[in-house]
Design a protein around this ligand. Structure first.
Ligand SMILES: NC(=O)c1ccc[n+]([C@@H]2O[C@H](COP(=O)([O-])OP(=O)(O)OC[C@H]3O[C@@H](n4cnc5c(N)ncnc54)[C@H](OP(=O)(O)O)[C@@H]3O)[C@@H](O)[C@H]2O)c1
Length: 329
């Protein structure tokens, strides 16, 4: 089968062996896979490794084969993959065994993907293949950050730096669906307009002086994923006693904070990472109830995968990038 792999220091499409199906497993013929920022980090983290790794955490497709113990899906079912392996029930943090699809084990940027039946969910019928293929990882991350950790409420004001981020495009829509006030930032005029079109109440420039721009706002919750470039500025606009959730560090991990300011302000800081299967199922029901659609910026062909990586690396996208692995019959 054709797969997009990291091998040596290269990213390339190559023929690899099709994975076998064990008794509890499901083989999925992937129609659409979705990119995440994580796909950019993995080759950097792996460095020069001879063993090819199939990248990719998100995907949607059709069940092609099932092991003899599989009971939850049948051949021909349309499904999405839950990329959070080993985390079934809601808990404060993932179990030690938690892994994300696409490293260390092979991922979804391949014609076929095999996974335990526990990590296969029915494709939401109101979504297209492209929308379903970019859904799980970012929607789940946004759902846990906003609801489980952030405890967003309809009367709260939420601040989300980096509107172009796939995860942020879900959070804008989730927070609006319950009636919260949503403020976002972006470095791009075009993305600012998109953010307004999906519900953001106030959109400011990432490079502006936030203390000035937001002086009349009371921000109850900040969800921060940019990291070093914005972390302290995000904290400075949070109301005293407010919550900050961090789940990403697009621009660098190491941040210095003034702890005196922090404890005088009685701020609350929470880390978050993806979410459990229970939260994914709740997020999918929430999206269907509120008819929330993933924002798909671009759909590219499988052999354009390198261009898809470049587009994401240059942060040109607003929302998600989908890659068509196989076309409709
Ligand atoms: N812990 C987890 O489970 C988890 C899950 C998903 C994602 N993440 C992490 O969360 C982050 C967001 O993920 P994603 O997939 O949504 O990312 P993404 O689609 O690549 O978006 C990143 C966004 O960050 C903003 N940005 C990038 N560089 C910036 C800079 N120098 N200054 C200011 N803003 C900048 C940009 O927003 P504008 O273009 O609008 O300015 C960009 O669109 C990534 O770091 C990712 O690794 C973590």
């Amino acid at each position: 089968m054709k797969a997009f792999v990291h091998e040596g220091e290269k990213l390339l499409i190559k023929d690899v062996a099709e994975p076998d199906v064990k008794d509890d497993e499901v083989k999925i013929s992937i129609k659409v896979a979705g990119l995440n920022h994580r796909d950019l980090h993995i080759p950097k983290r792996r460095g020069n490794v001879a063993d090819p790794l199939v990248l990719g955490s998100d995907g949607a497709g059709v069940v092609e084969m099932t092991g003899k113990n599989v009971t939850n899906v049948s051949v021909g079912d349309e499904v999405i993959i839950n990329p959070g392996i080993g985390w079934l029930h809601q808990s404060d943090a993932p179990p030690e065994s938690f892994e994300i699809v696409g490293m260390p084990d092979d991922g979804t940027f391949a014609e076929k993907y095999v996974v335990d039946q526990k990590y296969v969910e029915k494709k939401p019928s109101y979504l297209s293949w492209e929308e379903a293929g970019v859904l799980a990882l970012a929607a789940l991350t946004g759902y846990r950050a906003l609801f489980t950790k952030g405890k967003v409420s309809p009367d709260s004001t939420v601040f989300l730096p980096g509107a172009g981020s796939g995860v942020v495009t879900y959070m804008i829509q989730f927070a609006k669906a319950i009636g919260a006030r949503v403020i976002v930032t972006s470095r791009s005029a075009e993305k600012k307009a998109y953010a307004r079109s999906i519900g953001a109440d106030l959109v400011i420039d990432t490079e502006a002086d936030w203390d000035v721009e937001l002086q009349d706002e009371t921000i109850d919750l900040v969800i921060e994923s940019i990291g070093k470039a914005t972390f302290n500025r995000s904290l400075s606009v949070l109301r005293k006693g407010g919550r900050m959730v961090t789940f990403g560090a697009t621009t660098e991990d190491q941040v210095t904070i003034d702890i005196r300011q922090f404890f005088y302000g009685q701020y609350q800081l929470f880390g978050s990472t993806m979410g459990s299967r229970e939260e994914l199922r709740t997020a999918l029901k929430f999206m269907e109830k509120h008819q929330i659609y993933p924002v798909v910026d671009k759909v590219l062909a499988f052999d354009e995968m390198e261009n898809a990586f470049k587009y994401l690396d240059e942060a040109k996208q607003f929302g998600k990038i989908a890659v068509q692995i196989s076309k409709d019959d």
